[in-house]
Ligand binder design. Structure first.
Ligand code: FES
Ligand code: FES
Length: 173
């Protein structure tokens, strides 16, 4: 419920959605205006989904939806009804070790010192995942192109590119 300028109460419209998030089905009542990024952070508690620019420029909010990366600040949660979403939190489950260890891409970012504040990192990791699934042995130029939708304000990118090369090598073995 909310009040308008006249002080009258206004019943908010909500819609029930069911989304598979990191392998688990989540059903929730959401307002149609709720962004997918806010749904994942606030309803699902997945704070690895970062909200930076909120208009599709920085890539911090990048997640996978039905196998392709999307900027979750650019769509509404209701549009993800029935979809499968994977966030950076889901990647540890994909790692071969069952002890909660990091995915090779996460490990490579760590090993290559590819993060400083880390705000951009989950978006870069998800973008890297898509890049390496499509091209397991990318050139430096292909990496730069593949990550062009993500912005890092701290690292100067060199260590990020090295991390992607390291992850690619690891994942090809
Ligand atoms: S927060 Fe979505 S692209 Fe910046
Ligand atoms: S590590 Fe700080 S914005 Fe990328």
């Amino acid at each position: 419920m909310s009040t308008d300028a006249t002080g009258d109460y206004d019943e908010r419209v909500t819609e029930e959605i069911t989304v598979t998030v990191n392998g688990e089905e989540v059903t929730a009542e959401v307002e149609p205006r709720l962004k997918l990024s806010d749904f994942l952070r606030n309803e699902c508690g997945l704070n690895g989904v970062r909200v930076g620019c909120e208009h599709g420029v920085c890539g911090a909010c990048t997640v996978e939806q039905d196998g392709r990366t999307v900027k979750s600040c650019l769509s509404y949660a209701v549009q993800a009804d029935g979809a499968e979403i994977e966030t950076v939190e889901g990647l540890t489950d994909e790692a071969e070790n069952e002890d909660g260890s990091l995915h090779p891409i996460q490990e490579a970012f760590h090993e290559s010192h590819a993060l400083q504040c880390g705000f951009c990192t989950s978006g870069f990791v998800m973008a890297t995942k898509e890049l390496l699934e499509e091209n397991p042995d990318p050139t430096r130029e292909e990496i730069e192109e593949g990550l062009a939708d993500n912005i890092c304000r701290c690292t100067g990118y060199q260590n990020i590119y090295e991390a992607v090369e390291r992850a690619a090598e690891e994942m090809r073995e």
